[in-house]
Write a protein that binds this ligand. Structure first.
Ligand code: ATP
Length: 257
């Protein structure tokens, strides 16, 4: 379970996220969407304890990430957009380290299974500094999933993955939620969001433009109803941005006139 309540983050005078609230329940995949600079990574960084909220609270599995960081951090796996992996370790060494840290039972056979799943078995004993970007991304995904965390937090998961791996990862996230876990992801990939997310928040410049299921967003934007003929998320996303821009223009003209 993830609970974000009236979260705001200010960098100097710049308000990066303004009064954001949402809840992600077990069994759901929740998507955080938005343009560049919308505040997605800022929100993720608060959820994983890397930045302190200016105001509001963020909770993971009921633990306030700032007040009870160790308990909160034990409950989630985090896949960052640019994962840092120790280059002088092999993939197996890194994953054994993660297995020990989270006290994963029978980690060795889990590691074997994961390496095989991502076609990395032949490279398991190579140093991570020799891995390609996509291979590193796969290792970061395995490191987050090896402890089978109740909550999975993912920032831009598909960057650098080939189409086969991208499909595997999509199915992994859906499967994780379907086993009663909680998944939150940010993405620029509207097809990914459309394929796996139960609910979405669309952010722009730190503010919420829309929230809900795809059908809720269709209703909010007056786009076509759901089902096979329903509007795609892409059209809804652009409609929300257009509405926001039209409103900003009206406000500017009102202020000028
Ligand atoms: N450490 C920081 N110091 C100052 N401003 C920051 C910092 N981190 C982010 N920002 C600002 O906060 C806003 C939101 O940035 P954020 O990285 O959360 O966006 P994003 O939605 O993840 O964008 P993208 O899709 O481009 O990754 C931006 O205006 C950015 O310039």
């Amino acid at each position: 379970m993830i609970e974000v309540s009236h979260y705001s983050k200010r960098y100097g005078t710049h308000l990066a996220v303004a009064d954001l609230s949402f809840t992600v329940r077990p069994g759901a995949v929740f998507g955080l969407l938005g343009s560049n600079g919308a505040g997605k990574t800022t929100t993720i960084r608060a959820l994983v304890g890397l930045t302190r909220p200016t105001s509001g609270t963020v909770r993971v599995q009921g633990f306030d990430v700032w007040r009870e960081p160790v308990r909160a951090k034990a409950a989630f796996g985090y896949i960052p957009d640019r994962p840092y992996l120790y280059g002088k370790l092999t993939a197996r060494e890194l994953l054994r380290f993660v297995g020990d840290l989270y006290r994963v039972p029978d980690a060795a056979s889990g590691i074997d299974r994961w390496l095989e799943f991502f076609r990395l078995t032949d490279f398991g004993n190579e140093l991570l500094e020799t891995y390609s970007h996509g291979m590193r991304q796969k290792v970061a995904i395995v490191a987050a999933l090896l402890p089978d965390p109740p909550v999975l937090i993912v920032d831009e998961p598909m960057v650098g993955l080939d189409p086969h791996a991208a499909r595997q990862v999509r199915e992994l996230f859906r499967g994780h939620a379907d086993r009663g876990r909680t998944v939150l992801l940010t993405t620029h990939s509207l097809p990914l969001a459309e394929a796996v997310c139960d609910r979405l928040v669309v952010l722009d410049r730190g503010r919420v433009l829309g929230e809900g299921t795809l059908d809720d967003l269709r209703a909010q934007t007056g786009t076509e109803a759901g089902g096979v003929h329903g509007d795609s998320l892409e059209r809804i996303f652009f409609r929300l941005l257009e509405e926001e821009q039209a409103e900003a223009t009206r406000a500017r003209e009102g202020a000028a006139g």
